[in-house]
Design a protein around this ligand. Structure first.
Ligand code: GCW
Length: 882
């Protein structure tokens, strides 16, 4: 990784002015700079920006703010800047001055509603008589730093410098959760391994942890919980704590607090006590002593996140104690130090009886927490996932937000795209989050949108002040240079920070600023990327699970590709009840009664078919396949049409992206092109799997005759083979015709077919399966002449230890401009990867993220050059064509 900018380390910035020379060089665009690239902007527009930066405060964060201004401004404006750190007073000459409101002689907003700790900053820009001055005032060093980042962002996106602007954070909690394990793996992480941990220890080099904190603070995030909520049981040993203190040190300049996820058995596992009953006096004392120990090492420690009595984690239920009992013991231990407890509302029984028509996982949040409303300590916050199930492409918002009136709450969203394409599909999630935040739960027949609930305004404290609450993003950034693997995925983290700071920010403004900072200020680049991102959630939802059914990924595997019925008939409770007579979970009063967990106006809306929105229909109702939607279409025809439309829209990302060639750097251009090409192909896998399954289940034909008919498609199992064997694929809908072919001969195998198409130039798409470990090789030939060859070496789909042929490993390679005429022979050669080492460790612990992490499985990782079908399409059509 090369850095374009030489930056003095913070430690070296003393009280003396340091002259900083801007070094303009070529960027290695590996994405590591994310939206902090500080690429040059038209400097003339900002020539009045003073070259002297005066930092009035002396804290490490204020120094970081000064250094950041120097780094960003010199890089963007191409001239030298100097920093006066820990200056005595406001200078008379031209300067950018950064300091507390008091030091700058300015007044912060006088708002008694606000929690005292809420960050607020103001920027004032004056230029009288040629004497330009920019003041950045904050009510805390963090707030000053946010002000500095905001000024940089305005310049980076070529906006006017604000003459006078004040910004106040929406809520005190704006954190990310990282699901990193001490062994260096990341649960549901799709961008490589941890940059905090390896082999049960904290890494020696924490530069990347510090870089991450800088990114977080640049969008106003001030806390980072660094370890998996499925916490390592020995996390709280003194040895580990001393190591965690180094992460806190790396975060500190950027005003990011370290937090930890804990397992409630720690008093027993780490402390050696006979019990972990939260109400046992020795347990209570242990937690107090442990928390004191943490604060002696990390004075600004943020607090604990707790997952208990959920998905195999032990919890207070074991002793007949409540979540409030457990949370309060921790809360009381943390309170004297200013720490908080984020107790997760994600508590449910994963052994539900699917035969019971009243059983419903969606009910769990309210059923498990509502009765303890008002019993939690003031520093306990219930952390609630946006929907009642689990980060699906679309769910209604969790009714728990309106069921707690005397309890602090935070919203948990997932930037790590577990069910939304795992950073191999572009899905801009702020569109979804905004929809969640704006949903008005209408508690007590008044307006109570989710955003105001988690800001603590809807149900304030008895004295009228807002409750402490906020926003959490499960992010799971990894060691991939660009943090989240897909260059477009960083827009999710950026958007999270922006919405957490101010949930009322318009989406188009958020995405446009991100695009400008990340890709430059070329209008064609910006309009193209903005529009792709803005529609991407709808597109993804459109080719995956329809009408509120859930995403329909394989929930028993990696939650990535289609695996429709994996959700049915098991204890996990993600059922959608697809039967002969119809489909959907009846959650009305006559069904599980989940709809009745909402305040009456919403309960009535969801309960009635007449008013339930089409996009949530199957979440609340069981209806026949030919049910008429509000749109006037039948459900089944709408599913077919939406899947064709959306897969086509995803395919169009490719040609749209290609219009930007030469307008952005080649490295990231190629990376996105490759990912969009993959997504286009995988969207077809989704489209066909869902449509074929619905066709089979409903026995209703597509009115447009597309489903099940694929012109120009040659099934591998029907081609003439040299050595390939036909195999069944499970689930059947994830391969065309339910079958594929595999080659078990080291020398390779071949498939061939005579061409009957009219003479011309074609795109030839080969749909095959690429598992994670092996690298099979393919070659396409016409009349014995090679036209293309490629290795099956995708790390797509991600986090894959999956050797199966299914919707998770199905991918395609498209060869364009192939000349064919009747009588030609098309041949595909496949050479498998049979290396011994692929199978040497086949008896393995389940991969990170597997549903049962303790399971051991016998696996065969050899890759038998598997092929699903070959498709001929019009030349120069979409890449890949449908
Ligand atoms: O959705 C599930 C994930 C688990 C995760 C859990 C949770 C950390 O599949 O991997 O565990 O949610 O949020 O606790």
């Amino acid at each position: 990784m090369t850095r374009s900018i030489l930056m003095p380390t913070l430690a070296r910035i003393g009280a003396l002015a340091i002259l900083f020379l801007a070094v303009r060089g070529s960027f290695a665009e590996d994405g590591s700079a994310a939206w902090l690239r500080y690429a040059p902007v038209p400097a003339a527009k900002y020539e009045s920006v003073p070259s002297r930066i005066v930092v009035l405060g002396d804290s490490i964060t204020e120094r970081a703010a000064g250094a950041e201004l120097m780094r960003g401004l010199s890089s963007m404006l191409g001239r030298s800047f100097a920093v006066d750190a820990a200056a005595r007073g406001i200078p008379h000459e031209k300067a950018i001055v950064i300091g507390s409101y008091q030091a700058l002689g300015l007044k912060a907003t006088d708002n008694t509603q606000l929690d005292a700790g809420i960050a607020e900053y103001s920027i004032r820009f004056t230029h009288e008589g040629g004497k330009a001055r920019i003041l950045i005032a904050g009510n805390s060093p963090n707030a000053e730093l946010y002000g500095a980042f905001h000024l940089l962002e305005e310049i980076g996106s070529t906006q006017e410098i604000p003459a006078g602007e004040t910004q106040i954070a929406s809520a005190p909690i704006r954190w990310t959760d990282e699901w990193d394990n001490l062994d260096g793996t990341i649960e549901r992480g799709y961008a490589g391994s941890s940059f905090f941990f390896k082999d049960e220890h904290v890494l020696t080099d924490l530069q990347r942890a510090s870089d991450y904190a800088r990114l977080l603070s640049s969008v106003g995030i001030d806390g980072c919980n660094v370890n998996n909520v499925n916490a390592d049981l020995d996390l709280l040993t003194s040895e580990h704590l001393r190591e965690f203190a180094r992460i806190a040190d790396a975060f500190r300049p950027w005003g990011v607090k370290l937090a930890l996820s804990i397992d409630l058995t720690a008093p027993q596992v780490v402390g050696g006590l006979p019990t972990f009953d939260p109400l046992d006096a020795t347990v209570t004392a242990w937690w107090k002593q442990k928390v004191d120990e943490i604060y002696s090492l990390i004075p600004d420690f943020g607090g604990f996140t707790v997952k208990a009595d959920s998905e195999g984690r032990k919890g207070p239920a074991q002793y007949g104690r409540s979540p409030a009992d457990a949370a309060n013991v921790l809360g009381r231990a943390l309170a004297p130090h200013g720490g908080v407890v984020l107790y997760r509302g994600f508590v449910y029984n994963n052994h539900l009886d699917w035969r019971d028509p009243k059983a419903d996982r969606a009910r769990a949040g309210v059923d498990n927490f509502a009765r303890f409303d008002g019993q939690f300590e003031p520093n306990v916050i219930i952390q609630i996932k946006e929907g009642p199930i689990d980060f699906q492409a679309r769910e209604p918002v969790s009714p728990l937000f309106a069921a707690l009136r005397h309890t602090n709450m935070a919203l948990e969203v997932q930037t790590s795209q577990e069910y939304t394409g795992q950073q191999r599909h572009m899905v801009w999630l702020p569109s979804m989050w905004k929809w969640v935040l704006d949903t008005d739960l209408q508690a007590d027949n008044r307006s109570t949108p989710v955003k105001e609930i988690v800001e603590g305004q809807s149900f304030p404290l008895p004295d009228g002040r807002s409750r402490p609450g906020g926003f959490i993003s499960v992010t799971n950034a990894g060691i991939d240079a660009n943090w989240l693997h897909h260059p477009m995925a960083m827009a999710n983290l950026y958007g999270f920070g922006k919405l957490a700071w101010n949930p009322n920010q318009p989406l188009d403004r958020i995405i446009d600023t991100w695009t400008r900072l990340t890709w430059g200020n070329d209008p064609q680049v910006d309009t193209t990327i903005d529009s792709l991102q803005l529609k991407s959630w709808q597109v993804y939802e459109g080719y995956t699970g329809p009408n509120g059914m859930g995403t329909l990924t394989n929930i028993l595997g990696y939650h990535f590709g289609p695996g429709i019925e994996s959700a049915e008939r098991n204890g996990w409770g993600q059922w959608f009840r697809g039967e002969e007579d119809g489909i959907g979970m009846d959650r009305t009063a006559a069904g599980t009664g989940f709809a009745q967990q909402y305040p009456p106006p919403l309960a009535a809306k969801y309960d009635s078919l007449a008013s339930c929105p089409d996009d949530l229909l199957l979440f609340f109702h069981h209806v026949p396949y030919d049910y008429k939607l509000h749109s006037g279409q039948t459900l089944i025809q709408s599913i077919y049409d939406t899947h064709y439309l959306s897969a086509r829209a995803a395919g169009k990302y490719v040609p749209q992206w290609m219009t930007l060639k030469g307008r952005i750097d080649d490295d990231r251009y190629r990376q996105v092109l490759q990912l969009f090409t993959y997504q286009a192909g995988h969207a077809l896998v989704w489209r066909d799997a869902i449509n074929d399954w619905f066709h089979w289940k409903s026995r209703i034909a597509d009115a447009q005759g597309r489903v099940g008919r694929h012109d120009g498609r040659m099934e591998a199992e029907n081609m003439t083979t040299g050595g390939y064997e036909s195999v069944d694929v499970t689930p059947w809908e994830t391969a065309s015709g339910g079958k594929a072919v595999v080659c078990r001969s080291e020398a390779g195998c071949s498939l061939s077919a005579p061409i009957n198409q009219p003479e011309g130039r074609y795109d030839v798409a080969v749909q095959y399966f690429d598992s994670w470990r092996g690298v099979s090789k393919f070659e396409l030939l016409t009349n014995g002449k090679s036209v293309a060859n490629w290795p099956a070496n995708d790390t797509l789909p991600p986090a894959q230890f999956d050797p199966h042929l299914d919707g998770q490993t199905s991918t395609r390679f498209t060869v364009q401009d192939v000349f064919l005429k009747p009588g030609d022979t098309l041949v595909l050669k496949g050479v498998p990867d049979m290396r011994g080492e692929l199978n040497a460790h086949s008896r393995e612990q389940a991969a990170p993220g597997a549903i049962d992490p303790h399971a051991r499985e016998q696996r065969d990782y050899r890759e038998f050059a598997p092929v699903d079908y070959i498709q001929l399409g019009p030349n120069g059509g979409l890449t890949p064509q449908d």
